[in-house]
Design a protein around this ligand. Structure first.
Ligand code: NDP
Ligand code: 8X3
Length: 250
């Protein structure tokens, strides 16, 4: 029987690449995001390989998260894999000058949003005594950098939540994997710098950045590990990267 994965943030970057790789591996997909047009396009592409359904919601909207996941037909509620990937950085700035709307977007999306989705899915996994949750953290959750404190704090929270979930859920047959990528070339920097393409491109200049498919490979590896194995934590840096902000550019 094929597995079912619910992926948040499936409209772009790491989430989209994971959806594509999972489809190739025969995993049915519940694809989530705010951009309906993107979800429709990806669903049309991947439906040739596996069963796909889509849910449009903002992870910050607790009511919508619970209602949308609750509205899945029973067959689709049989979720084997949850990839908590939705998230972004918003702005970069010091704590005295930072924009509090940006802080809200990061804390509400990256932390509370992940919690809301998990709260909707964990009971479904508990019911069947099996499941696998993959949380997308960041190297920024392990190493704080200047002008990134709030984003880093949001990802440090994801690291702690991964540990907390593993402590609570292992006994119920549910595995938890924390994935911490370094610099991945996606829409991430475009979002962080509010559509400033020049500034976003500079982030990836002078070195070969990670691609979303590199992270998807690691996620598939984790969810395909035999039942005796839990891949607890994976940190993936770009080849030219030795720490969050130490990148050896040409
Ligand atoms: P992208 O900007 O390409 O993708 C972000 C995804 O998250 C989109 O699909 C977006 O969908 C979704 N999303 C963002 N906010 C919300 C929200 N409030 N509600 C619902 N969905 C939301 O970036 P990445 O693929 O790079 O980012 C994916 C994850 O990886 C994030 O958690 C990010 O923090 C993390 N990460 C990224 C790294 C990088 O260098 N790129 C490195 C380390 C971690 P939509 O807009 O349609 O809602
Ligand atoms: C994204 C990677 O180092 O730009 O989480 O914050 S970093």
């Amino acid at each position: 029987m094929s597995r079912i994965a619910l992926i948040t943030g499936a409209t772009s970057g790491i989430g989209r690449a994971t959806a594509e790789l999972f489809a190739g591996a025969g995993i049915d997909l519940i694809l989530c995001g705010r951009r309906q047009d993107r979800l429709d396009e990806i669903s049309a592409e991947l439906s040739a390989k596996v069963n796909v359904t889509t849910l449009v919601f903002d992870v910050r909207d607790k009511g919508a998260v619970i209602a949308m996941i609750g509205s899945l037909p029973d067959d689709w509620k049989n979720i084997d894999i949850l990839v908590n990937n939705a998230g972004n950085a918003h702005g970069m700035g010091s704590l005295d000058e930072g924009d509090t709307d940006d802080w809200d977007a990061m804390i509400d999306g990256n932390v509370k949003g992940l919690l809301y989705v998990s709260k909707a899915v964990i009971p479904l996994m508990l019911q069947k005594g099996a499941g696998h949750i993959v949380n997308i953290s960041s190297i920024a959750g392990k190493q704080t950098y200047v002008n990134g404190a709030v984003y880093c704090a949001s990802k440090a929270a994801v690291e702690v939540l991964s540990e907390g979930m593993r402590l609570e859920l292992t006994q119920h047959g549910i595995k938890v994997t924390n994935v911490a990528p370094g610099a991945v070339e996606t829409e991430f920097s475009l979002v962080r710098f509010k559509g400033d393409e020049n500034r976003a491109e500079k982030v990836y200049e002078g070195f070969d950045p990670l691609q979303a498919s590199d992270i998807a490979d690691a996620i598939l590896y984790a969810v395909n590990a035999p039942s005796r194995v839990t891949i607890a934590d994976i940190t993936i840096l770009a080849g030219a990267q030795s720490a969050a902000t130490t990148i050896h550019r040409k």
